[in-house]
Ligand binder design. Structure first.
Ligand code: ADP
Ligand code: ADP
Length: 232
């Protein structure tokens, strides 16, 4: 699903200054894997997710996702890739969720499909994340964990083959974090969607197939591999 080799990302600050955020990063992710990424603050995790999601372009290297060569796609095709292939879940969903709309209205918003199928599909997605009983509640009346589940439903709106989650449990308690991870795990198993999750929470990494550590913009080690999801 993901073949990333010798990936470089250099941010130009001004004529004299630049930041090397990724320096020769290698990463391979199989289709259907649920993969964790850990690493210190500033190690390049968010930069990597932004590259994988087509939100920004790598400076050099190779990055193939779902058969698409992200360094060579035109701007238009990169946007198409982002909309059609990738679902995003962030720590802070304020940018994606509208507080005064209901859960189901929030899920309908980004959908490319039109008409009454939209409402049905939105309901179906909310059921998949265990929010079927809350579809008509306004977003602001939901708990943080419930809002995060709505955000996960939104990430599924356009049938992505890849979900990218940046600290999806960063602002919830540990019990809620467990629920959110289980929701992602179920989607991974039921839909076969590949999931890459950046997390600080080493407790949660036991729920993943594989965890890779990033250090100074490079993959530093693979700390865990699990062939089966044993202790859910
Ligand atoms: P992490 O997600 O692991 O905390 P980031 O990918 O956010 O790391 O950052 C990696 C490095 O790149 C840091 O030194 C950060 O300051 C820098 N960086 C990230 N985004 C930008 C940007 N848009 N412009 C300049 N520097 C950036
Ligand atoms: P924080 O971890 O500081 O709360 P977020 O999790 O909101 O930040 O965002 C992590 C990364 O994702 C940042 O690089 C941010 O620019 C990007 N990002 C956040 N929300 C969106 C969005 N709706 N669309 C595109 N990029 C986003």
């Amino acid at each position: 699903m993901i073949d990333c080799q010798n990936l470089m990302k250099i941010y130009k600050i001004d004529d004299d200054n630049e930041v090397i955020a990724l320096q020769g990063l290698d990463l391979q992710v199989e289709k259907g894997e649920m993969m964790g990424i850990i690493g210190n603050s500033g190690s390049g995790k968010s930069t990597l997710l932004n590259m994988l999601g087509g939100l920004d372009r790598p400076t050099a290297g190779k990055l193939i996702v779902d058969g698409k060569d992200l360094l060579r796609l035109s701007d238009k095709d990169l946007v198409k890739y982002k909309l059609e292939t990738v679902g995003f879940v962030w720590q802070n969903n304020a940018r994606n969720l509208i507080p005064y709309l209901t859960a189901v209205e929030n899920v309908e918003l980004p959908m490319l499909i039109k008409g009454k199928h939209k409402r049905e599909r939105a309901k179906e997605l909310l059921e998949m994340v265990g929010m079927g009983h809350r579809i008509n509640n306004k977003l602001h009346s939901l708990s943080g964990g419930e809002q995060q589940r709505v955000a996960i439903a939104i990430s599924l709106a356009n049938n992505p083959s890849l979900i990218l989650a940046d600290e999806p449990t960063g602002s919830v308690d540990t019990k809620t974090a467990d629920i959110i991870l289980d929701v992602l795990r179920n989607l991974n198993r039921e839909l076969g969607v590949t999931i890459v999750i950046v997390t600080h929470d080493t407790q949660l990494t036991r729920k993943m197939d594989r965890v890779v550590a990033i250090r100074d913009g490079k993959t530093s080690s693979e700390i865990l591999r699990r062939s089966a999801y044993l202790d859910m």
